[in-house]
Design a protein around this ligand. Structure first.
Ligand code: FAD
Ligand code: DHB
Length: 391
């Protein structure tokens, strides 16, 4: 089979890229290792930046989000024995964020690919990239016991952190930056109305967080030892821990109940540079991971796709390769900004095992600066909403 762009990975990055290329008349095909049901069953992100919201609207995918999502002016931070602080994105940047789940975006993207006759091949095993340094790469995969070959002009590696695309770049041509954190986020979903804001809590026992999906679906997280498994956390233990970390007046308003999902997410910061090698581009989690503090991962996947589709459309429509050449540098500027803010928020809001009182004093001082300095408030809001896309 022949196509212009072979996209590996049918998560939000791969599907969105496919959708936009299709809208521009560029032939493409998506190869996904899992079943569609499995991809749609993964519960992940819930906060969209203004840029992500605009992209969904621009490409005809905003209707359900605008109807059912919840626009937000910013995010609340509650601190043990200190005043509250609101990261006021609306005030400092004029923009809003949106509470809207990745699951719904992925559902809408699959529906749009099906409606528009897009080729999404699920349960594609042994996906392998070939000749990526040439102008005529190809990808092979196995489906129902048969090996297939896709010839293309470009490959888009949208296959997440564990996929084969990044590994296809020779080790000598990539540089990796990694920071792993000695704790994870234990998360639950519960069919109860959420508290009104996204809320991070700093407590001397560890971070806690309240997030939301719909008016009847709430998501909560607590910082937990990295070795813990969901099975170690009964519902009772989870709620007891969460409510203990929240200040009593807010805890009293949290509606608990039987959880419908429980999962443990490890925290890591990771970047692989460059994001292009020959005819292969990386986009989304295949090139970078941020810890969930700051809610940047899905939003970065969308900004990579924004820059990548622009480069590919220019190439196929006008023959110009300048944006292709610039893709990695442009995307990485935004990636590093998100890595920076996610790392700083992670450091500020979590208790690190073994840290000393000096580090605690610095953490409190960082928070006090936010409480008292409008310059610091403005800077945080600017970084938190994500850098504007570059022309
Ligand atoms: P993925 O979603 O990982 O998709 C990659 C796809 O490639 C998958 O479908 C996978 O099955 C497929 N694949 C893998 N290997 C192969 C292969 N060999 N062959 C073919 N296909 C393959 N981000 C935010 O912006 N806001 C948030 O609020 C937020 N909260 C989060 C909360 C949690 C608990 C977690 C875990 C993450 C959160 N994130 C958040 C991060 C966000 O979910 C990810 O950054 C996002 O899913 C990245 O999308 P992607 O398409 O790049 O990768
Ligand atoms: C979610 C929200 C956040 O603000 C965050 O930092 C991580 C996850 C969520 O909605 O799941």
């Amino acid at each position: 089979m022949k196509t212009q762009v072979c996209i590996i990975g049918g998560g939000p990055a791969g599907l969105m890229l496919s959708h936009i290329l299709d809208a521009n008349g560029i032939d493409n095909l998506v190869l996904e290792r899992q079943t569609k049901a499995y991809v749609l069953g993964r519960i992940r992100a819930g906060v969209l930046e203004h840029n992500t919201v605009e992209m969904l609207r621009d490409y005809g995918l905003g209707e359900r989000m605008d109807r059912e999502g919840m626009p937000k002016d910013g995010t609340q931070i509650l601190w043990e024995n200190r005043p509250d602080f609101f990261i006021d994105v609306k005030k400092w940047t004029g923009k809003q964020m949106m509470a809207w789940g990745q699951t719904y975006i992925t559902e809408d993207l699959y529906a749009a690919r099906e409606r528009d006759g897009g080729a999404v091949i699920c349960e594609a095993a042994d996906v392998t990239l070939h000749d990526i340094e040439s102008d005529a790469p190809h990808v092979t995969y196995v489906k129902d016991g048969t090996t297939h070959r896709i010839d293309c002009r470009f490959i888009a590696g949208c296959d997440g952190f564990h996929g084969p695309s990044r590994q296809a770049i020779p080790r000598s041509h990539r540089r990796e930056f990694l920071r792993e954190y000695p704790f994870g986020w234990m998360g639950v979903m519960v069919e109860k109305p959420p508290v009104s804001n996204f809320t991070y809590v700093y407590h001397s026992d560890g971070m806690a967080m309240a997030a939301q999906r719909t008016p009847m679906l709430s998501r909560y997280y607590v910082q937990a030892p990295i070795t813990d498994k969901p099975g170690d956390w009964s519902d009772d233990r989870f709620w007891e821990t969460l409510l203990h970390r929240f200040p009593p007046d807010v805890a009293a308003r949290i509606q608990t109940g039987p959880t419908i999902e429980k999962s443990m997410a490890p925290l890591r910061s990771f970047v692989s540079e460059p994001m292009r090698h020959g005819s292969l581009f990386l986009a989304g989690d295949s090139a970078h991971i941020v810890p969930p503090t700051g809610a940047k991962g899905l939003n970065l996947a969308f900004s990579d796709v924004f820059y990548l589709q622009r480069a590919l459309v220019a190439f196929f429509k006008t023959g110009q390769g300048a944006l292709i050449e610039r893709y990695s540098d442009t995307a990485l500027r935004r990636v590093w900004s998100a890595e920076n803010i996610s790392w700083r928020l992670t450091k500020m809001l979590h208790v690190f095992p073994g840290e000393d009182p000096f580090e605690q004093k610095i953490r409190e001082n960082d928070y006090d600066l936010l409480l008292h300095s409008e310059a610091a408030q403005h800077a945080l809001a600017y970084e938190y909403i994500g850098l504007p896309f570059e022309d």
